[in-house]
Design a protein. Structure first.
Ligand code: UN1
Length: 500
């Protein structure tokens, strides 16, 4: 019988109040059921919130370096279990083992970095305008943080949110994507084993429309962090605005790699292969546009197509596999529909363009790596996020035009330029309208200790990763200490009674 898994609420692994479950299947072989997972409802959310509130009251009193120690031990456990977690992750979401190992490593890096922040969490000490008075700020926890995470980085993205939230002294409720409940459970197990007080973390499974929506509406979850689609992010923004909640959104991208004529073309070629087809194109940072300068356009494309045709599709657990499956049937249908749009828009399909079939591939959601040539700026394939192995190629004449094309989409997460010209590189660094720009590196590959996030429709001004995320998960408190022994009036006595 298929194993029924549980939520983690109030310090226990428990069945859902709804009594309902959903199947988690392997996207590389859809006949394989990995397990049954709870399909929670609002009642489960309510229980989790009440438990998390108790957890918060306890956890906020633990000194931040101590909270950091728990996260460091979590990182050590993840390190010891890296291979086991990577395999479980590949099995439930499909990307190749090298990439799931990288995903776990990103979580480990995040743990060690966040632990070190537990010994900083700096405030400021600044001079007061009045004598015998000190002025300072420090950072306080906020409360219960609701974290809603996607399928594509089942470990890294929950840790990006959870570890800083915990180091800052908040309690957390994690609602992972329905496709990756197992990875989330392994993460929670590591946290508990590392010594996190059990009611500080709650794990709820189920669909976003039900569980995520109830979390966002709940008055006792003052902080929400979401990674997912721009359309869902917009809905969350409305609710959080109405309820005065703090909200961090990481949403879509339409990232471009620009190749200048002076670039090292071999390097640029390796980069676009990895950026466009790694994780089967299912990254927010995936390269989904390739901008080629006209003098190298044909030459570069010819070599790229040759390399792409050699990519091997299959289960991410097999060593030979370069590209795993898409996550589910819906994703497959969406990618196929974009190929239809491309045809209707007159783009030329240089390779791919259809579901990959034959042998074991028939059992999974495989799509052939696809290159579209002649995509016009402003067309749907030039502007919309596909979230699959589909690369739109656009041609430009000079850097001005490349920058213009890069910037004329609604998203702004990542961008990349290959060039040996320092002037072009600096112009790209300052003029590409994205949250992240890479010089001579692919659009993917962000590191855990730097801010991560995008501009325009990609985000709402917050960053994950790095030092900035600690500001999101804490509230600034300002302190004034007057030891003058008299009433001192700011703005008035400052000048009238000043002793100088
Ligand atoms: C995402 O796709 O949402 O930079 C995150 C990268 C990874 C993280 C991607 N380190 O591609």
């Amino acid at each position: 019988m298929t194993k029924k898994h549980r939520n983690f609420i109030n310090g226990e692994w428990v069945e859902p109040a709804t009594g309902e479950y959903f199947e988690n299947r392997n996207p590389a072989d859809h006949s394989e059921v990995i397990g049954l997972w709870p399909r929670c409802g609002p009642e489960d959310v309510e229980r989790a919130v009440q438990a998390a509130r108790r957890g918060f009251e306890r956890w906020r009193k633990v000194p931040a370096p101590g909270r950091g120690d728990v996260i460091r031990r979590t990182g050590e456990l993840l390190l010891a279990r890296k291979e086991e977690i990577a395999r479980a992750m590949t099995r439930e979401m499909g990307k190749v083992l090298d990439e799931t190992r990288g995903d776990v490593q990103e979580g480990i890096d995040t743990a060690f970095y966040a632990a070190s922040e537990g010994r900083r969490l700096f405030g400021h000490t600044v001079p007061s305008e009045l004598p015998s008075k000190w002025a300072m700020s420090y950072r306080r926890p906020i409360g219960v943080a609701g974290l809603i995470t996607p399928f594509n980085f089942p470990l890294a993205i929950p840790t990006w949110k959870m570890f800083p939230a915990l180091v800052c002294g908040n309690a957390v409720i994690l609602k992972p994507a329905e496709e990756v409940p197992h990875s989330a459970a392994l993460l929670v197990e590591a946290l508990l084993e590392a010594g996190l007080p059990p009611d500080v973390i709650q794990l709820l499974h189920g669909p976003g429309e039900r569980v995520g929506a109830a979390m966002v509406e709940h008055p006792d979850i003052p902080v929400i962090s979401f990674t997912g689609s721009t359309s869902v992010g917009a809905r969350l923004g409305e609710v959080c605005g109405r309820r005065h909640k703090r909200l961090s959104l990481e949403m879509g991208g339409k990232n471009a790699q620009i190749v200048m004529p002076d670039a090292e073309l071999d390097l640029a070629l390796d980069a676009v292969l990895r950026g466009a087809f790694g994780t089967t194109g299912q990254r927010c940072t995936a390269t989904s546009r390739l901008l080629l300068q006209e003098s190298i356009h044909d030459r570069f494309l010819e070599r790229l197509v040759e390399r792409v045709r050699k990519l091997r599709l299959g289960s991410g657990l097999e060593k030979e596999t370069d590209v795993g499956p898409l996550i589910n049937q819906q994703a497959l249908d969406k990618v196929a529909s974009y190929v239809d749009v491309a045809k209707a828009e007159g783009d030329e399909i240089l390779t791919g363009g259809r579901r990959a079939t034959g042998g074991a591939l028939d059992k999974g959601f495989f799509f052939e790596p696809t290159i579209l040539r002649g995509v016009r700026p402003g067309s749907r394939l030039a502007c919309e996020e596909v979230f699959g192995p589909v690369l739109s190629v656009l041609r430009f004449s000079d850097l001005d035009e490349a920058i213009r094309i890069n910037n004329e989409v609604a998203y702004g997460l990542s961008s990349s330029i290959y060039t040996r010209d320092v002037r072009a590189a600096f112009r790209a660094m300052t003029e590409l309208d994205t949250g992240i720009t890479y010089i001579n590196a692919p659009t993917i590959g962000a590191e855990a200790h730097l801010p991560f996030g995008g501009v325009k429709q990609t985000g709402n001004g917050h960053r994950e990763g790095g030092w900035e995320v600690f500001e999101f998960y804490s509230e600034t408190k300002t302190l004034y200490v007057d030891y003058s022994g008299r009433l001192q009036r700011a703005q008035i006595d400052t000048y009238d009674a000043a002793p100088y």
